[in-house]
Design a protein around this ligand. Sequence first.
Ligand SMILES: [Zn+2]
Length: 323
Amino acid sequence: MNKNWTVGVDFGATNIKVGAVSDDFKVLKEIVLRAKEHPTPQKFIQGLKKTLLELSSGLGLSLARLRGLGAGIPGLTDSARGVTHRLVNMPGGWRNVPLRSLMERGLGIKCEIDNDVNVVALGEWKLGAGRGSADSFYVTLGTGVGGAIVANGALIRGACGVAGEIGHLIIRPDGPRCGCGSRGCLEAFIGTHALNRKAAHLLKKSTVLSKLVRDGKKISPWLLGVAADKNDKVCKQIWKEFGEDLGLALSGMVNVLNPELIVIGGGLANSWKHFSPSLLRSIREIPFEASSRACKVVRAKLGDKAGILGGALLVREKGGNLR
Ligand SMILES: [Zn+2]
């Protein structure tokens, strides 16, 4: 077929999702590769090469009309230089790998890479919860807590590509030790591991949660949500504090960036109904009144398509034809 297309790659810890995206941003077809079968940059590129051919023949799209490939990378990535700094989940950490040029050489097409949170933020801003807004701050809640800034319709990447890392904003300097080495980072309070630790510590005080654990359930944010649904006081309090801690960090961002929109994504956003009351209260009360009033806080919309769509958008953003 005589149509232009773009490929978006969502590189997760378990699955690498590769999707063909049309010029009007529909995901035409998606192919999933296992991350553990592609542990090195060389294997990754070989896997992509095979997948591109499969997508092209399966959809009847010409490789000559492929605009390029954009990939969200799970770790510190310098998008401007096209280099991965450190991917903690991959063997050897892919330290200082010039991935973009390796991909371009191996695949023979234009390639772009960026940190996965930036890529998802781009997708949500242009096609999801942020559609129509000029500025937005995206935050993802999960094992890690990450963030990305879109201002005046462009990603703000910073001097070496790591701007927006709200997970490592220190909210209490005497707080618990964080994976990054500092103390009291937001992630050390509201990341999945921190939540599970807190729940384990309070287990005896919670009748609902301790019963669920006795019945063989493993402590997880999902289980804390189930217990909160059953009106368990301890779990409701954990989610209330979760919203307050997140609200404290985001209130700082509201004062610094004055965004018109904050988009909340990631797996823990599924517990929105439990933490949003205290989160929204904090954002109403802590920042300057004008900034607070100008800022809407909403949930992400694109779900598991955000990475692929964001990857396709990245190619367009770098080509300067996104706006
Ligand atoms: Zn940290």
